[in-house]
Design a protein around this ligand. Structure first.
Ligand SMILES: [Zn+2]
Length: 442
């Protein structure tokens, strides 16, 4: 069934980037059937259902290339004792307890609620990284079910590490990767790995072997904190990226998350192997780990995308955080205006293409119908020439009204249609204190 999203400002992005006032996007099934002037689209597709988008701007749905749905129930939780003083303490005292305390229903709710948040923020594609050592086998199926129910797209993986049991999680990834196969455009799979400093050579080699046989990439945290670099230098006499490259982890389908503490030679390896990097500015600032050398990575031709690392699901906020952080860190008000939007709008689409085999992040005839429709009355002229100014200083604070993925309306008039938010949040409020209690006993 066809739908005309009409009378809004359409920003197509992609190669033929154009801004169309009084525009319309016509969707038919899971794809965009046509984009153009609203009156012309009405003439060409008179039978299509109409969704009035006047006073709104129609953008391609946003993509998040690194998320942790499972972190949801940590919100508002008190941690006994002195505050964690560094990154490793944050892991040991918070995240490695949260993931162990999660049970089956927690995992489902911990996915459903951030998925609702994604829809609320116009984020229609997510690459997630999951951990739940207390309920590991089958956990990716629970998340898959939540993703299918929500209607967005997600690439899923389980975080392998040697921290509790050697190679824990390898079987869950292998099972899920085989189940997903080439994927259906909605669900994709990767080989999830925690980080160099929690994985032996043997464990990494097993992961790489499975990923290589299945033709999928590895999704791993890299040099997020100086501790990861120091561990690799001390134990293996080489920096983190060198070690991972030597073990076969790098490659076009792999995602190296963070890359805060890397040197020039490591950046060259990332560029030469076409490995993607995902930058998570809010998370890096929250954990006080340092600043990713973003401008240098980009200048070396590394594909750098943007994620939230579980801090939330609002990609416009994340983009503006990257913009502000790199201006300040470089003490230069000339930088990051082009680069921060590039991570979100172009590079995340390029990374998603490697995972889903789809051209996302663009509104054009024949492409997937994923849309974020925001309330926006531009106070100044808006065209393709000055769109980035509106993105950074206006749209970042605009409300998403309607979210569409695979041609299906998931939220309209700010009401989530695919899931019962009130009921799920109420249930999560019941279960979270029980999870917090179990966590105290770990
Ligand atoms: Zn992460």
């Amino acid at each position: 069934m066809a739908t005309r999203f009409e009378n809004g400002i359409v920003v197509m992005l992609g190669e033929k980037n154009r801004v169309l006032w009084n525009g319309a996007v016509v969707t038919d099934g899971e794809r965009v059937a046509a984009v153009g002037n609203a009156a012309e689209m009405k003439r060409r597709f008179p039978a299509a259902e109409s969704v009035d988008c006047s006073g709104k701007i129609i953008l391609p749905g946003f993509i998040c290339t690194h998320h942790h749905f499972y972190s949801t129930m940590a919100r508002g939780m008190g941690i006994p004792g002195e505050p964690a003083a560094n990154f490793v303490e944050i892991l040991e005292r918070l995240w490695w307890k949260v993931d162990r305390a999660l049970d089956e229903e927690d995992i489902t709710l911990s996915a459903q609620l951030p998925l609702i948040d994604c829809i609320r923020n116009g984020t229609t594609t997510v690459i997630d990284h999951h951990a739940s050592p207390g309920m590991r086998d089958g956990s990716l199926d629970l998340i898959e079910n939540a993703v299918r129910q929500s209607g967005v797209r997600a690439s899923l993986c389980y975080e392998v590490s040697d921290r509790n049991v050697l190679g824990a999680g390898i079987a869950e990834n292998e099972r899920f990767i085989k189940k997903v196969g080439k994927g259906d455009g909605q669900i994709a799979a990767m080989m999830g790995m925690h980080a160099s400093f929690t994985m032996s050579d043997a464990t990494i080699e097993r992961c790489v072997g499975i990923a290589r046989d299945a033709g999928v990439g590895c999704h791993i945290h890299v040099a997020e904190d100086a501790a990861d670099r120091e561990d690799s230098l001390a134990k293996y006499k080489m920096p983190t990226v060198n070690r991972l490259q030597k073990l076969g982890v790098a490659g076009e389908k792999s995602i190296f998350v963070h890359c805060v503490h890397i040197d020039d030679a490591e950046m060259d390896i990332l560029a030469a192997t076409k490995t993607s990097v995902v930058h998570n500015p809010e998370s890096n600032m929250n954990n006080a780990v340092g600043v990713t050398p973003l401008l240098k990575l980009l200048s070396k031709g590394v594909l750098v995308g943007l994620g939230t690392d579980g801090m939330g699901s609002d990609m416009l906020a994340q983009m503006r955080c990257a913009y502000l952080l790199h201006r300040l860190a470089n003490h230069d008000p000339r930088v990051a205006f082009m680069e921060a939007p590039q991570l979100l709008l172009q590079n995340n689409a390029a990374i998603a293409k490697r995972q889903f085999g789809l051209q996302l992040g663009e509104i054009a005839e024949g492409l997937p119908a994923d849309l974020a429709i925001l309330d926006y009355q531009p106070p100044t002229p808006l065209s393709d020439a000055n769109f980035l100014g509106h993105l950074i200083f206006g749209l970042v604070d605009a409300n998403v009204d309607t979210t569409v993925c695979k041609g299906k309306i998931l939220m309209q008039g700010k009401r989530i249609l695919s899931m019962d938010e009130e009921r799920l949040a109420a249930r999560s409020r019941e279960l979270a204190p029980l999870m917090w209690q179990r966590l105290q006993e770990l």
